[in-house]
Design a protein around this ligand. Sequence first.
Ligand code: BDP
Length: 679
Amino acid sequence: SSKYKMWLQYEICTVEQVNVQYQSLLRNVVIKGNDPIIFSAKDELQRAVKGMLDHELSWTENVQEANFVIGNINEVADFLKEEQRQLLTDLTEEGYIVQTSNQKTYIVGNTDKGVLYGVHHFIRLMQINSDLSQLQIVEQPKNQFRMINQWDNLDGTVERGYSGQSIFYQNGKIVKDKKRIRDYARYLSSVGINAISINNVNVWEEETYFITNKYLAEIKAIADIFSAYAIRLYLSINFASPMAIDGLSTADPLNKEVKQWWKEKVAEIYEYIPDFGGFVVKADSEHRPGPFTYNRDHADGANMLAEALEPYDGKVVWRCFVYNCLQDWRDRATDRARAAYDHFKPLDGRFHENVLLQIKNGPMDFQVREPVSPLLGAMPQTNQLVEFQVAQEYTGQQIDLCYLIPQWKQVLDFDTHIKGTGSTISEIVAGNIHAYKYSGIAAVSNIGDDENWTGHTLAQANLYGYGRLIWDPSLSSQEIAEEWISQTFGNQKEVVEKIGSMLLSSWTIYENYTAPLGVGWMVTPGIHYGPNIDGYEYSRWGTYHFADREGIGVDRTIETGTGYTDQYEEPNRSIYNILSECPDELLLFFHHVPYKYTLKNGETVIQHIYNTHFKGYEQVEDLMDSWNSLESLMDNDRFKNVQDRFRRQKINAKEWRDQINSYFYRKSGIADQYNRTIY
Ligand code: BDP
């Protein structure tokens, strides 16, 4: 169905002259090579051409005769011009060219991976009906690691999953029918994802045994599916595995027996899966075991695993989401925002080369608005990955519309000044600021077994956009949105424009009716959907807003607060630390201010809260109207899915609006300047 096909719709192309051009370009096609990746590329092109041109490709073996040539540089070098060969030698192994020369089209990769990406690029252009007669494309990804993390559990549930159950596991078993996993691999590779971890970072009882022969044969079958799409498979592991699996008395990373255990374990895994990617590790975090139990630090923990993986070129992706989740709320001095930096910064230089630290984009936890984590870029000698959350845990759970590309772009564009101007997160994780051996981006996936994969059909745009953005962070949010809409819903102008502006405004709208000015966390505890202003205020999680009758916000300044601002380089340190310099949207993250404090935009904090909350709700009504006006321009299935989501979003926005407005009216006693209804 069209829901299921996401952005690889391959609908018949009805524009006569475009159709004619494509048919003639694709008369006689040769594809060189025997790797499974080449078969994936071939299969994809066949599907695309069949769907869009209603045409079976005619393949030839003879490059001379062909008018469409696909292969890696080693296979087709003799047929290229010198300058084309040169272009390719300057690219990384994932790079490719798509070029027209002598009336032939060439898709040539440096390796088969590049071939697959090149074919996907070509198909993307077909789907948006581009003129393909004179192509001069030269491409390579900006980031080396482009990873997706599944938070799937063996019982079939998905932690923070809003799209049904797992596509990997059902009722305590790995699924037998792996067709859906293969389709997922197709979607991921079409946007350039090259690594996946297939189980939740919280490794509970049974998932611990994924690294044993009880499961490895089946996991190998999954690894093979992904590897045919140039995607490496990783597993999340339980740090205490030696105890759980083989009854060792300790998991101390410096203990000889423990080290030996991991070496043997890793050897066993590679016997099954020779191209296994490595481990993702959540240690000493939210009740998961880790090196702290043995008075060791996180470098000790990560390095033990790194040593075991080194001989196989395996990696340790070590998460930095380490903080005290049992803190006393009365203790104002303990600031959760400081935790990742305080734990990890002192360890710089101690990690092995095959360790990558995975750091959430903000210092707290995927809130609608956070400053960028000061740990990113702060460890010149330690490989880093930034972690995003495609799953909308705190941004509407795929019920509310929230296109997250603008948020991630803001993170990537943030200038840390760590090595002078231009030390942006984008350049840091691309490995251009410090000499990282490995680096890149990871994100929590938003898919499940719902027919449309993502619950809310428009949430597909976040998965698509995540891949496209991390391949090429210079793409704008709008370009990415339009590419996605055209491929997903077709090229009609009205559809592209309307959905485009809905997507682009959606993050701001969501922010308008939820927690104000960067303070975060006013969500239902545990569930994280819907308002509960004091839900986390007296809890152990370190997530507070400190609202009283005078004012609101968290003082994180150096002089009177937690000193968190000191973790930034200048000028960011001062910008955040000095009240009058702090950007409005992050004001309450960094400062505790009176309700009548005047923002840079001229409104008082309290009036801003009222204004944005009334406005946010109205904007949701506008989104609904916009969507309803598209009814006749698309299939009923997808139309109804989104229409229904907007109905639910409206109910949610109303709850937020009324609870936030009433709460702050009652706390502050200050009336709305426009006398709107506050309950
Ligand atoms: C939080 C989620 C929790 C995850 C945790 C993590 O609420 O379910 O386990 O992040 O990233 O956002 O480990």
